[in-house]
Design a protein around this ligand. Sequence first.
Ligand SMILES: [Ca+2]
Ligand SMILES: [Ca+2]
Length: 227
Amino acid sequence: MSRFPSRCPGVLGGLGLGLGLGLALALVGPVSAAPQATQGSPAKVPDSASGLFVSPFGEPFRSSHGLADWFAGADGDHNGILTLKEFTADGLRFLTVLDTDKDGRVDGFENSTYENEVAPEILPQSAVFRPGREDSDGAGTPAPRARGLEGASTFGLLDEPQPVRGADLNYDGKITAAEQAKAAERRFGFLDPEATGELVLPALQSRMTARQAPPTSFGRFFRRRPD
Ligand SMILES: [Ca+2]
Ligand SMILES: [Ca+2]
């Protein structure tokens, strides 16, 4: 399974819309390659209505069961439970993917590559957010902005429109492994509000379903924000 998306030139440019700020990261130790989904994996059910799931670290999985695919890869010991250690390792692994010049950090250029080539769907000018889709996609499903979702939050579990830049905790335009690890801890906490120390796929799928559900009449303004 290729975990790196194909180039999508259609949305190049326009980085000035707030998503063009640099970021950078530095990584430290090697991170083991994502394992393959294997035994113990729940039956794959559609969990990403849009056909795209963006992981808590910003990695796109283009599949109707992208959430399950991400979970299977991040669950290093394949026991069906995602621990903070495994979750963090997944974030550090993706950081190394984005650090194309291998200087130990993700800088503004690498962030631009992320936005334009790795996950262009999260950009404001992507088709998902095109004017005319504010209210409905034509099939009765409210468009993302009608549900209060922006950028990557439209396709994921957390309210972070740009998860890569979101890990730049000191706003210096660089993302280090230490920052990524801290971001992982914070995000894990959002996904594990009861502080059990364990994430399981069914609960995450329920969360995803709730996030993608059409809003109530007041949902646009009062959408439940579990995080
Ligand atoms: Ca595990
Ligand atoms: Ca770099």
